[in-house]
Design a protein around this ligand. Structure first.
Ligand SMILES: CC(C)(COP(=O)(O)OP(=O)(O)OC[C@H]1O[C@@H](n2cnc3c(N)ncnc32)[C@H](O)[C@@H]1OP(=O)(O)O)[C@@H](O)C(=O)NCCC(=O)NCCS
Length: 139
């Protein structure tokens, strides 16, 4: 086959990708449903923390968790994270929660371990020149 390769814009591959992934997912019996949800902690009208979670195949993947600078270490993260875990278990029937973090943030690793997460895998120098950890917990 005579094939040319070009660098293209995202939109050029979208319809091809959507169609072919749907065929692929069906073949491998993958559940296509994947949805992202957002939660915010308010102090009055102000957002002081937020979490982004993706639900897919019975797993809750925490994609973002961030507490406002200056308010960290006072329980806001624990409260929000516990809320998201309980929501994923009860409302979305998730059996497991997974997070990814790096050795650049030892306090964050400590936070997740305190929340009951165990290290599943390490990707040495994955990016930004630091080690990345996958941690998980059965809900
Ligand atoms: C990690 C994070 C969400 C935790 O939320 P938090 O409200 O600061 O944490 P809490 O007060 O509920 O939890 C307390 C525990 O987390 C630890 N912790 C983690 N990060 C901390 C931080 N930046 N400052 C203070 N404590 C922190 C504390 O040491 C504490 O454990 P200890 O009581 O044994 O000392 C928050 O600190 C944060 O937004 N950090 C920066 C962004 C980040 O790393 N997000 C996760 C990306 S994967």
């Amino acid at each position: 086959m005579n094939v040319q390769i070009k660098e293209v814009k995202k939109t050029a591959t979208e319809s091809f990708g959507n169609k072919q992934w749907a065929i692929n997912d069906k073949k491998f019996n993958f559940l296509p449903s994947r949805k992202t949800f957002y939660f915010a902690s308010y102090s009055g009208k102000e957002i002081i923390a937020y979490a982004q979670v993706e639900i897919r195949g019975g797993i809750a993947e925490i994609r973002s968790l961030l507490v406002k600078d200056g308010l960290r270490g006072s329980g806001v993260g624990t409260q929000l994270f516990s809320h998201v875990e309980a929501w994923a278990k009860i409302k979305k029937n998730c059996v497991k929660s997974v997070v990814k973090t790096s050795s650049a943030w030892p306090k964050t690793i400590h936070f997740y371990k305190k929340m009951g997460y165990k290290k599943d895998a390490v990707l040495p120098k994955y990016y930004y020149g630091v080690d990345w950890y996958y941690l998980s917990k059965n809900l």
